[in-house]
Design a binder for this molecule. Structure first.
Ligand code: ME8
Length: 561
């Protein structure tokens, strides 16, 4: 994510090719202003939360907050994946029941939500009766339609992933798990199968007609490449363990954990019982705007899940967004290497930099594209200092201090809308620049281009910084005759800071609220529901408003190398 470190040209209101692409994606993803649904993967309870799960959930949270701020009716879902052989085994090793293990670890995931400022609307657990009963109903429908059948299967099985692998792919992988490196095993099972092979051409047609279905583009190409190998039917039940949802009418089988888990996206909205109370309230959110996942679980979401939805006649999600991985010092994070950015490590960052800085780093520097991103203490510190201390906080604090010093902490009266943002030839006016930028930010948020959204929002702060440096109001103020000009400059700076803080709120809700409150412009009531463009419209900060001094981010010591 180099873009935010690159030196930048003076901001203008003209649209670049990246922005044009964002606008096209926006049209593709959000054809209307209908209710919006976003999901995270549901996390395995045999693992503890770490940077990975926190990352995906934070990205979804930023999007959900941005859409809410834009006046959309949003449903944001996360939760835990609690069945399967691995949970059964871990519980046995600890001498507790699988349910006790699931309760304990699911609670760990829920505990994150407050401290990370995650604003999910529901938290689904696959051991909840509301999920289990609907999964059974869905499976019964698929049995009835013949999309699920009883058959025998011999194939290559990845025990760690609980996943079958095709002959072609197993050969490519030299018969080893791509995740653990352990040998694949030859397994035979009498099982229930989902007739995935029957959906090959429908999926191909669907993908052709929906080129934004899997993003980023590089990931879509991977899916299309694998699809060319041909699709095999996939087992939907297991008999080698019991910790799962019993197969309707054949309780010696339990429903395979992946099938059970994928259904969470539909059961949380009550779609298994279309006449039920939950569906009455929530069915309006279907289909999802985004299923946000990590790259390792793309196949399940991009191929198996859409085929299941086709079999159930449910509308397709708009986009499966598969980000890449956080790595640590160039290496994959793993328990054996002991290099995991775990909750204890994250706590240390919270204590030193605060949660908003953490969210900023996740959103702007994370592996949202096809490249993995290296998490380093030094880089975190550099970004914190450059973006948050030297840019955002510096502008908010200089502006509020000067308003205090020269205007007694009250927003001065001045006509700023038609003032050019800088002395550069052709510079747009403040109102045109911020209006175009707010529209750009809104489009980037909606198209899940979160780093671009943050960068565009920060461009307003950079413009304020340029204005202060170009005009030096602190020098002008030495001569009382210049006060009307100083008023004009500082009024523009204060309004610029306010607009930027509105646009950055989805990423840094706490610190932006702090700045907006100090600037007498808290986003409550009408201001929060009138839509992003209205909240960011130039002129929101009226003359006479009290402005308190604020310094949202403080300089901190660099980490020890
Ligand atoms: O796969 N960097 O759950 P899971 C970024 N239960 N994101 C990471 C990451 C990393 N290093 N490591 C993990 C499962 N993630 C299934 C999902 S969905 C119906 C079932 C994130 O606990 C990323 O989103 O292994 C990845 O897809 C998810 O955690 C995997 O979580």
């Amino acid at each position: 994510m180099n873009h935010s470190r690159r030196a930048r040209a003076h901001p203008t209101a003209t649209e670049t090719s990246t922005e044009r692409r964002a606008r096209n994606l926006y049209d593709l993803v959000m054809p209307s202003r209908a209710p919006a649904y976003i999901t995270t993967p549901i996390y395995y309870v045999n693992d503890r939360p770490h940077i990975g799960s926190a990352y995906t959930t934070t990205l979804c949270d930023v999007w959900a907050r941005a859409m809410r701020l834009d006046g959309r009716d949003v449903f944001f879902l996360t939760g835990t994946d609690e069945h399967g052989g691995k949970v059964e085994k871990s519980a046995k090793d600890r001498g507790i029941t699988p349910q006790a293990l699931a309760d304990e670890n699911s609670a760990e995931f829920r505990k994150l939500l407050g401290p990370f400022c995650l604003s999910n609307d529901d938290f689904i657990r696959t051991t909840e009766p509301r999920h289990e009963s609907q999964v059974k109903l869905f499976v019964e429908r698929l049995l009835k339609s013949g999309d699920i059948y009883l058959g025998e299967f011999i194939g290559w099985y990845d025990e760690g992933q609980e996943e079958y692998i095709t002959e072609t792919r197993a050969k490519e992988l030299e018969y080893k798990s791509p995740i653990s490196g352990r040998p694949l095993v030859r397994a035979t099972e009498k099982n229930y199968y989902f007739r995935l092979s029957a959906f090959q051409s429908r999926l191909e047609e669907f993908f052709k007609a929906n080129p934004g279905f899997v993003r980023p583009e590089g990931r879509f190409n991977e899916v299309l490449g694998r699809l060319r190998d041909g699709l095999q039917d996939v087992p939907v039940t297991r008999t080698n363990f019991t910790w799962g949802i019993p197969m309707p009418g054949a309780s010696e089988h339990v429903i395979y954990v992946w099938i059970d888990a994928l259904f969470n996206y539909a059961t949380a909205l009550g779609l298994g019982e279309p006449q039920g109370a939950l569906a009455q309230e929530r069915a309006k959110y279907w289909p999802p705007a985004y299923h946000v996942i990590g790259k390792e679980i793309l196949w399940f979401h991009a191929v198996i899940w859409p085929a299941m939805l086709m079999a159930l006649d449910l509308p397709m999600p708009k986009c499966v967004y598969a980000h890449s991985f956080w790595i640590r010092n160039g290496q994959k994070m793993s328990k054996s290497l002991g290099n995991f950015v775990d909750l204890e490590t994250i706590d240390g960052f919270f204590a030193k930099y605060g949660v908003d800085a953490w969210r900023w780093y996740m959103t702007t520097q994370g592996p949202i594209g096809t490249q993995d991103a290296d998490f380093s203490d030094k880089h975190f510190h550099e970004i914190y200092t450059a973006h948050l201390v030297n840019t955002f906080a510096n502008c908010a604090s200089r502006t509020s201090s000067m308003i205090e010093k020269y205007f007694g902490g009250v927003m001065p009266a001045a006509e700023t809308a038609s003032m050019p943002i800088s002395a550069a030839a052709g510079a747009p006016t403040w109102s045109a620049f911020t209006e175009a930028t707010a529209a750009k930010v809104a489009r980037h948020y909606e198209a899940f281009e979160l780093a671009e959204a943050s960068d565009a929002a920060l461009s307003i702060v950079r413009a304020v910084d340029i204005l202060i440096n170009e005009t030096a109001p602190f020098k002008l103020a030495k001569d009382p005759a210049n006060l009307p000009r100083v008023a004009e400059i500082l009024a523009a700076c204060a309004e610029g800071v306010r607009v930027a803080a509105v646009l950055l709120t989805p990423i840094m809700p706490g610190k932006c609220a702090e700045v907006l409150t100090a600037y007498g412009s808290a986003l409550d009531g009408d201001r929060a529901s009138s839509g992003l463009a209205a909240a960011a419209r130039w002129g929101g900060l009226t003359a006479g408003t009290k402005i308190a001094k604020c310094a949202p981010f403080m300089r901190v010591d660099a980490p020890v190398a």
